[in-house]
Ligand binder design. Structure first.
Ligand SMILES: Cc1cc2nc3c(=O)[nH]c(=O)nc-3n(C[C@H](O)[C@H](O)[C@H](O)COP(=O)(O)O)c2cc1C
Length: 232
């Protein structure tokens, strides 16, 4: 295994995957939404979340004016709509209409909640902190809803349709699924048991099966080559 040096700016991509969000906002008669990968929890009590918005985004102006917003969490069915919302500006086009995204009203804020998403977090702006090229809007969470199929105190990840998307960069996304449970055991001395006897047995069995499958593939390839060369 080799390590590679990355650019300092790679830190942002390495810190994703978190779920990609759509920040929606309404001001006067206008409604807009944009994907925001830089969204994060900031406090438990009171519940605060942050979204980092570039000053050029129309969403930034609208959030500043409305002093509230909603964070919508899309699933894979919305992949194209997410990318469309992130490649156009609400300054030029009514993106929700253009992307055929229906919405329903927020319960505590004027921001539209986007149909087809898995969860919705309504926020009022409590603070905004300027950084060199983004502003962190600190939102006080005032209402949260989620689809029962997707979330029950944690992401269920049972059905890919109800799994959140994450952003890899460019036009690449991934679906967050394949849940793993970290069952931790410690030795008498308090050290972490990296692999229990049971886990080792499972791994060895899996590796043996993989090796067997690879061997069979090799045999098949060899037989194929012989057929091709007319030797059989
Ligand atoms: C998946 C994805 C994630 C993005 N994350 C952010 C982000 O965290 N902050 C930000 O300011 N812009 C982000 N962008 C860019 C904006 O979504 C994009 O510039 C959008 O067109 C702005 O629309 P608006 O002008 O209507 O606000 C992201 C774009 C994509 C596609």
């Amino acid at each position: 295994m080799a390590r590679r040096f990355c650019d300092e700016t790679d830190s942002r991509r390495l810190l994703n995957p978190g779920p990609v969000t759509l920040v929606s906002v309404a001001f006067r008669d206008e409604r807009n939404a944009a994907p925001v990968a830089w969204a994060m929890p900031l406090s438990m009590e009171p519940p605060l979340v942050g979204v980092a918005l570039h000053p050029e985004r129309h969403t930034t102006d609208m959030v500043r004016a409305a002093q509230e917003f909603a964070i919508n969490i899309p699933g894979p069915a919305m992949l194209k709509q997410v990318h469309f919302l992130g490649s156009h500006s609400g300054r030029d086009v009514n993106k929700l209409e253009a992307a055929s995204i229906e919405w329903f009203p927020g319960m505590r804020v004027g921001a539209p909640l986007l149909d087809g998403c898995l969860a919705w977090i309504e926020c009022t702006v409590r603070d905004s902190i300027r950084f060199p090229d983004h502003t962190l809007f600190v939102g006080e969470v005032v209402r949260v809803q989620a689809l029962e199929e997707a979330y029950a105190g944690g992401w269920l990840l049972e059905d890919p349709k109800y799994c959140p998307l994450t952003y890899l960069g460019g036009d690449e996304y991934a679906v967050i699924q394949d849940k793993r449970v970290a069952a931790i055991q410690t030795t008498m001395q308090g050290g972490l048991v990296l692999e229990t006897a049971e886990e080792r047995e499972e791994r060895e069995e899996r590796e043996a099966q993989e090796a067997e499958a690879k061997g069979a593939e090799g045999d098949e390839g060899y037989a194929e080559m012989r057929r091709f060369l007319g030797r059989d």
